[in-house]
Design a binder for this molecule. Structure first.
Ligand SMILES: O=C(O)CCC(=O)C(=O)O
Length: 263
């Protein structure tokens, strides 16, 4: 029995590997999470990289509150089932006029999952449009694995520059247009990326990846948080939810508190 998604929505997620728009946050929540995010940016210096803001849900209460928002988890549950771990998270922010982009890639390339029961919720803290460099997806590409290479570039948000190396037909690319407070879902295997922000407005999205407790990962994975349900498998080290926002200096100086850069 689905919690919030209709059978058609679940079917189209499995057919296309992407689903949007879905409601997540109300106006007050958008403004709360946006100011928490902007405050973190200020503390980290002017324009922190996505890597500097990696896995905020492990370190900051506000980011964990966002990742465990009931509206988000109800929809996630309809896709991967009731036992849900927060696998990882990344804040993808582009400033106005920013030339930062994201190369075409499949997230699953990083991990070696036993099954693709991992869904990314991309939660918009600003509107996300064609001119400010919204997420773009190639629907249907989640049905097979593509070859990748690493091509780091200073303006690629993906630090290692992970890029599909096969020729792609980009004609079918879908622009994931969202209002602030809406979210999209994308499948662990679907090819996605995004273009620079040519607008005068920032574009900020928090990508939170949720995995079923039943899914094993071939490569080492750091700590996860149990967002909902039970973890009978214990494939990953489980961390308690943060009850406060950790001191930034401590996070950066203590290697144990740092998440490895998988991007
Ligand atoms: O926000 C973007 O532009 C790209 C997002 C992305 O690569 C992801 O959510 O995995």
């Amino acid at each position: 029995m689905a919690k919030v998604l209709t059978p058609n929505q679940v079917e189209s997620y499995h057919r296309d590997g992407v689903l949007f728009p879905l409601p997540a946050l109300n106006e007050q929540e958008v403004s709360h999470f946006r100011s928490c995010h902007d405050e973190l940016d200020r503390r980290l210096g002017d324009r922190p990289t996505a890597q500097q803001k990696g896995d905020c849900h492990l370190h900051y209460k506000w980011a964990c509150d966002l990742a465990t928002h009931p509206n988000v988890l109800d929809a996630v549950e309809d896709i991967i089932g009731p036992n849900i771990l927060i696998h990882s998270s990344t804040i993808f922010a582009k400033q106005a006029g920013d030339d930062m982009f994201v190369s075409w890639h499949q997230d699953s390339h990083y991990w070696g999952l036993s099954e693709a029961r991992l869904v990314s919720a991309w939660i918009a803290l600003t509107e996300s449009t064609i001119d400010n460099g919204c997420l773009r997806v190639l629907p249907g590409t989640h049905t097979r694995k593509f070859e990748h290479l690493e091509n780091p570039q200073t303006n690629n948000i993906l630090g290692r520059g992970l890029t599909v190396s096969e020729v792609l037909d980009e004609d079918g690319a879908v622009d994931v247009l969202l209002k602030a407070g809406e979210m999209s879902f994308h499948h662990a295997n679907v090819i996605h990326g995004s273009k620079p922000n040519s607008s005068k407005r920032p574009r900020i999205g928090c990508a939170i990846r949720y995995i079923s407790t039943a899914v094993k990962q071939e490569r080492f994975h750091y700590r996860v948080i149990l967002a909902r349900g039970r973890d009978d498998y214990r494939y990953y080290p489980v961390q308690e939810r943060p009850t406060a926002d950790i001191d930034e200096g401590l996070r950066l100086s203590d290697r144990r508190l740092r998440s490895p850069d998988q991007m």
